[in-house]
Design a protein around this ligand. Structure first.
Ligand code: APR
Length: 170
């Protein structure tokens, strides 16, 4: 019986099988969590990503974690928020589902997600949290532990609110 945990902190420090990066379609790094993961993983990550030829929005790619405590990094490219009427929710859901699919294919048992698209890409945090919790709930029993890694207590509170609404917490 898997569990969903909400933690507040730096995802690069989590000792899980895989952490999920909020990347851009080039996969060549950037700011935010993408920058933090590349800094912590070391230059081999960028070298490896160069060979991958990018990633379309909504899809996911997996790489080794290199110097990270996590064994793998799953890079997914979230949608840029416009007004919610340009397929953003479907693409964000694809990010979570494709990340879970890749994780299952690689026998990953513990996985931590950053809050995809809720920074630079401007996706409203509450809507993103609601969607993330909905998908995590569906995959809960396929993994030992699913972690929603929030970078602030305010973000974590949003997830807790959404979890209590759907009584997800164990
Ligand atoms: N650990 C966990 N979460 C983090 C960390 C970290 N070290 N750093 C930032 N975050 C959080 C942000 O607070 C936000 O909630 O990750 C979430 C995603 O924000 P961004 O990193 O800005 O990602 P996103 O909104 O998906 O924009 C992606 O930003 O960094 C570039 O290359 C990236 O172009 C891409 C774009």
């Amino acid at each position: 019986m898997g569990q969903v945990c909400i933690v507040t902190g730096d995802i690069t420090r989590l000792k899980v099988d895989a952490i999920v990066n909020a990347a851009n379609s080039s996969l060549l790094g950037g700011g935010g969590v993408d920058g933090a993961i590349h800094r912590a993983a070391g230059p081999q990550l960028l070298e490896y990503c160069r060979s991958m030829g990018g990633c379309p929005t909504g899809e996911a790619r997996i790489t080794p974690g290199f110097n990270l405590p996590a064994k793998f990094v799953i890079h997914t490219v979230g949608p840029v928020w416009r007004d919610g009427g340009h397929g953003e929710p479907g693409l964000l859901q694809d990010c979570y589902e494709n990340s879970f699919r890749l994780a299952a294919e690689n026998d990953i048992r513990t996985i931590a997600f950053s809050a995809i698209s809720t920074g630079v890409y401007g996706y409203p945090k509450s809507l993103a949290a609601e969607l993330a919790i909905k998908v995590m709930r569906r995959y809960k029993d396929d993994f030992e532990e699913i972690v929603a890694c929030c970078f602030s207590q305010g973000d974590a509170d949003l997830y807790h609110d959404k979890c209590s609404e759907c009584r997800l917490m164990n």
